[in-house]
Design a protein around this ligand. Structure first.
Ligand code: ADP
Ligand code: ZN
Length: 738
């Protein structure tokens, strides 16, 4: 390390003081100080820093420290306001930051412009759409601009995941304002190709480039094969219950899925809410606030959620659907563990989801489809890869990672057996060279496998030397080989050119002087997903012995409590207990037909019996919980419960909800049988006089069976019709069973 000059030490001192004075922070994070120095020196600068690294401060502090106003170009109107509010929060001067975008009224724009001309404003945030207007440029020319910051600079590149054509005009506009203005470009995601695009497009002059490590050592990455929705949801609920009280985000592809999953979680007593762009803004804000204040633990969201959210202690991010690019994946998983502590990132992957994403792109222009397709194939490679996930991600962002084991991803913690791919790597490189480095990975695999596709025949590639030489292996094997030699940097993918594979210098070396390449074969998800579906019924078989024992217990309990057995628990509930083996009161409440009250009233002995049984028979409980299905709490049911609470006549409720009398009656029975009390005395008083009610009630009290037709026969079909008995039974169950 070289000694610092006095001048540099002075600068250090000044910067530290400015940081403390303006933001109250004691030290700079990462490269912040050097970046700020570069901006103060009027040099062009490129900053690549993962989310949470503290990018904003890199331009905010030099903006405050310099004469004039810094121009900050930012694509997201919502974020702009947020940033300006934050900045104002740090300063006593409300005019310190302003924004110009389409959300402002004419009067507001006038006010902003006046403040700018008066020279009170240090930062002006502008949307690219606003910037490209002639009048904006004319206005900005009158100002003393200190420098230009281009936030989310990856938007400039078609090869990023968030291309914005207006970003392409930034250089021309800056030139129109003042060609000498220094530019600082900042982004949280940029593959090497995108970095290159940013430099070229903004024509940065001898820029200082600062790239922070993308490694987030505290994040644990895991990809699981995705089975049927109900299986996945069970897995998710299990995961959440193992992490009670912690905050998490679940990402889904579409709005409906977020709603469905949130509803499932709520039905299972998990505090969750959906979040997507289709919700009213005030609902979104409310849910966001509830999440921040931990009134709700889990947000089930589309990608609309997360931008500008700064909750440091999100403990897990689950991808119910994998996103459409690794950039998205990195950003979304990046919202976990921002405080540097635990952050578990679990993704559920299958090929069906990927095909859906591909279909969404069908109507897009060819160029966009091409880019989108390549992004998808990277996500697939990532999921299928059986090597370190961290290594894969970092390699994708152009960062070397040489640890043999990161100890914090599924593939490192449960490594698959490695096999020797050396000869296959040589064969693949030779095949690529033989095909004149003009084809993508898929084609190379087809070629090595010796498949006579139309394309192969048209090109007469079946005549070439290596055609079919890899045919003892399958496609997964060759995909693995190609992925691994890409990771080794023996190959390069030309993404501007349909992802065709080029052999690197190192690849040519390799075929001359190979070194052993020991790697695990890719995961094969379709097979695994199929077994997950097949296994499910097994996990849920009824244990007949336990069921019989539970019935005996029920009989005894019923006798002691002087109620009929079905009042204690219904058969259906016992069946579920003998399937899922609940051993705590909480788990028992998850059994259908068991309310909290019922669990407390009758549950203890049942739990004890099941616990002993599980221990004695060394039963491995497949699932630690049973899901309550949403069906129990559908909207109609909730409505019925509410209206009965208000003592609305049943006939009216039927009309309100478009249910025939017998349909409504059946719903009421389901509600009560599922464990919710209903007070329908007001209805029964209208249809039966007191003596009649008592007679039926007494019968139910002593009945051996739960059968309504038995009851009618016993009580006299000429006196009561079955519906009368059913209504009283509802009342009876509500009073006695819950
Ligand atoms: P990015 O834009 O890179 O995602 P932000 O600019 O939002 O990150 O900063 C992330 C968080 O780090 C913010 O809460 C910010 O106040 C904080 N932060 C930034 N710089 C520092 C620093 N030098 N010391 C302490 N906290 C900082
Ligand atoms: Zn790893």
């Amino acid at each position: 390390m070289s000694e610092k000059t006095t001048q540099e030490l002075d600068m250090d001192e000044t910067l530290n003081q400015a940081l403390l004075d303006n933001f109250g922070f004691n030290a700079f994070k990462g490269n912040q100080k050097d970046i700020i120095g570069s901006i103060l020196n009027k040099a062009d600068t490129l900053v690549i820093m993962p989310t949470g690294g503290g990018k904003s401060l890199c331009y905010q502090l030099p903006a405050i420290m310099q004469e004039g106003t810094a121009l900050i170009i930012s694509p997201l109107i919502a974020l702009m306001k947020n940033q300006v509010d934050l900045m104002r929060g740090y300063s006593s001067n409300d005019n310190i930051a302003h924004f110009l975008n389409s959300s402002l009224s004419r009067t507001q724009i006038k006010q902003v412009k006046t403040d700018l001309i008066d020279g009170h404003t240090k930062m002006l945030y502008v949307a690219p759409e606003t910037l490209t207007k002639d009048e904006t440029v004319a206005f900005l020319k009158q100002l003393d601009i200190s420098f230009v910051a281009v936030d989310e600079a990856h938007c400039i590149s078609e090869w990023g995941h968030d291309f914005r054509p207006e970003y392409r005009r930034i250089r021309a506009i800056v030139d129109a304002i003042d060609p000498e203005l220094p530019i600082v470009a900042l982004t949280a995601t940029a593959t090497p190709k995108v970095q290159d695009d940013i430099l070229k497009n903004l024509q940065l002059r001898a820029p200082n480039i600062y790239i922070d490590s993308f490694n987030r050592p505290n994040l644990y990455y895991e990809i699981r094969p995705k089975g049927k929705p109900d299986v996945v949801i069970k897995q998710i609920i299990q995961f959440i219950k193992q992490n009670t009280g912690k905050s998490g985000i679940i990402y889904c592809l579409n709005r409906k899925t977020t709603e469905d999953i949130a509803e499932m979680l709520l039905a299972n007593d998990i505090k969750a809410a959906a979040y997507h762009a289709g919700l009213e803004p005030h609902v979104r804000t409310e849910r966001q606030d509830q999440f921040l204040s931990e009134e709700i633990d889990i947000i089930v969201a589309t990608i609309a959620f997360g931008m500008g959210i700064d909750k440091p202690d999100v403990r897990y991010v689950i991808h119910y659907n994998m996103p459409k690019s690794l950039e998205n994946y990195y950003q979304e998983t990046g919202r976990a563990g921002r405080d540097g502590l635990e952050g578990r990132c679990v993704g559920f992957f299958n090929h069906v989801d990927m095909s859906k994403l591909e279909k969404f792109m069908r109507d897009k222009p060819v160029a966009e489809r091409e880019v989108g397709g390549q992004h998808l194939s990277e996500v697939i490679s990532y999921c299928e890869s059986a090597t370190c996930r961290r290594e894969f991600l970092l390699h994708y962002f152009g960062e070397p990672y040489n640890e043999p084991n990161c100890c914090n991803c599924d593939n490192c913690l449960q490594p698959k057996e490695k096999i020797d791919l050396t000869n296959s790597a040589i064969l693949a490189i030779n095949a690529i060279l033989g095909l004149k480095e003009n084809f993508n990975a898929k084609y190379i695999c087809t070629f090595l496998l010796g498949e006579e596709t139309q394309e192969i025949i048209d090109f007469e590639h079946d005549q070439l030397e290596y055609f079919g030489e890899g045919d003892e292996q399958n496609r997964n094997y060759w995909n693995t080989v190609i992925n691994q030699i890409l990771l080794e940097d023996l190959l390069r993918k030309d993404i501007e050119n349909y992802g065709i594979l080029k052999v690197q210098e190192a690849g040519l070396e390799y075929i001359k002087k190979p070194y052993p390449l020991l790697r695990a074969l890719n995961h094969e998800y379709d097979e695994v997903s199929a077994t997950i579906e097949a296994e499910t019924p097994q996990m849920t078989t009824l244990d007949q012995t336990l069921f019989n024992t539970l019935r005996d217990l029920r009989k005894r309990v019923a006798k002691v409590k002087k109620v009929p057995p079905y009042v204690v628990f219904q058969d259906r509930s016992l069946e579920e207990m003998a399937t899922f083996y609940p051993i705590t009161l909480e788990e028992l409440e998850n059994i259908n037909g068991v309310s909290k009250g019922k669990a407390e009233k009758f549950g203890k002995e049942f739990i004890k019996l099941i616990t002993d049984y599980v221990e004695q028979n060394e039963i491995e409980r497949a699932m630690d919980l049973v899901m309550k299905s949403v069906a129990n709490k559908s909207k109609a049911k909730i409505e019925i419960i509410k209206q009965i609470d208000k003592k609305i006549p049943l006939a009216t409720i039927g009309k309100n909800l478009d249910l025939k009398p017998n349909e409504l009656l059946a719903e009421l029975e389901k509600i009560v049988d599922a464990g919710t009390k209903l007070n329908i005395d007001y209805h029964i008083n209208n249809i039966l006089d007191r003596d009649e009610q008592e007679e039926i009630f007494e019968y139910l009290m002593t009945a051996e069976t739960d059968s309504v037709s038995d009851a009618a026969r016993e009580l006299g079909t000429d006196i009561y019709d079955e519906d009368d008995i059913r209504y009283v039974r509802i009342q009876f169950m509500s009073k006695m069973a819950h």
